[in-house]
Design a protein around this ligand. Structure first.
Ligand code: FMN
Length: 279
């Protein structure tokens, strides 16, 4: 996606204007000790251990949620399209589950989303990464990306018919339905409807409501790691069955580089205040 550089956010020689704010000699008196003035005692303290970073690159620090594919349009009238998206965030756990997605008018997918108010967020596994990048480097305006990249559009299941998933709000007949993304390399498909367009004109930020979710049967619920111990039989996803393979997500670092899920650090026993989000 185009990332316009704001000259105001960078000083000469590429140093950000906020550089002066982190200069302890220019900071208001009351903050001086917290920022640190140097190595008076020979040890790094306060901000001494940091250096300024260009504001327009902070996405490289914040972006690494899983890279996603976004399917829009409808198979029925052949308007289905697919794009790559790195800018997204969870907004609300439930009632309803909300996700923020940045999809701009430079994408053909934007027109589809505007028209139908529906999309599917697909989570690709790392095996698909090269395709995912290629899909994000061309437009459905010029190529049939499904065909070109051998990605399989699957008519979306109706959440209302799936008792295990969805809130039943997607059942209206005749509604354009974005396809899911099929294939072994896809970890999950998350079906969404547009909940709120208020921030679209200003920020290209769509607030999406999750109405259904489907996860690859080879996959367990624990972040795509295939080396977890199997869940119990009552686990609705792959419960009790041995994991068949690792399915790792890839996380965009903002410039075409990615990091791939690694070793899990399990600190669930410290989550004393947030038990409801476990299990
Ligand atoms: C790694 C990567 C991440 C991207 N993230 C976004 C994003 O968050 N939002 C966006 O609008 N475009 C993003 N893009 C650009 C779109 O994927 C690109 O414009 C796409 O080809 C649009 O396809 P379409 O015109 O067929 O809709 C990204 C591209 C790549 C390669």
């Amino acid at each position: 996606m185009p990332r316009k550089r704001d000259p105001k956010s960078e000083g000469e020689l590429g140093s950000p204007l906020n550089g002066s704010e982190s200069d302890p000699h220019r900071a208001p008196k009351k903050f001086k000790s917290a920022l640190g003035t140097g190595d008076s005692d020979g040890l790094p303290c306060g901000l001494d251990q940091f250096r300024t970073y260009p504001i327009h690159k902070v996405n490289r620090l914040l972006e690494p949620g899983p890279i996603l594919l976004v399917a829009t349009g409808s198979l029925a009238n052949k308007t289905h399209n697919i794009m790559t998206m790195g800018f997204h965030m969870m907004i609300q756990h439930e009632e309803p589950t909300l996700v923020g997605a940045c999809i701009g008018p430079w994408d053909k997918s934007y027109d589809n989303l505007k028209r139908t108010g529906e999309c599917v967020l697909a989570v690709p596994a790392v095996e698909m990464l090269e395709k995912v990048v290629d899909i994000g480097n061309c437009s459905g305006e010029d190529v049939d990306k499904w065909e070109t990249f051998g990605v399989n559009p699957v008519p979306a299941p109706d959440p209302a018919l799936d008792s295990g998933s969805g809130d039943g709000k997607g059942a209206e007949e005749g509604r354009a339905r974005a396809p899911s993304v099929g294939g072994e390399g896809v970890i999950a498909n998350i079906q969404c409807t547009v909940q709120d367009r208020a921030l679209v004109a200003k920020y290209n930020l769509w607030v999406l409501r999750v109405v259904g979710a489907w996860i690859n049967k080879d996959m367990d619920l624990e972040y795509g790691q295939g080396n977890q111990t199997p869940g119990n039989d009552s686990d609705p996803v792959g419960g009790g069955k041995p994991r068949k393979r690792e399915m790792k997500m890839a996380h965009h670092r903002g410039d075409g580089r990615f990091v791939v899920d690694g070793k899990e650090v399990d600190l669930r026993d410290r989550m004393v205040k947030w038990k409801e989000f476990q299990g």
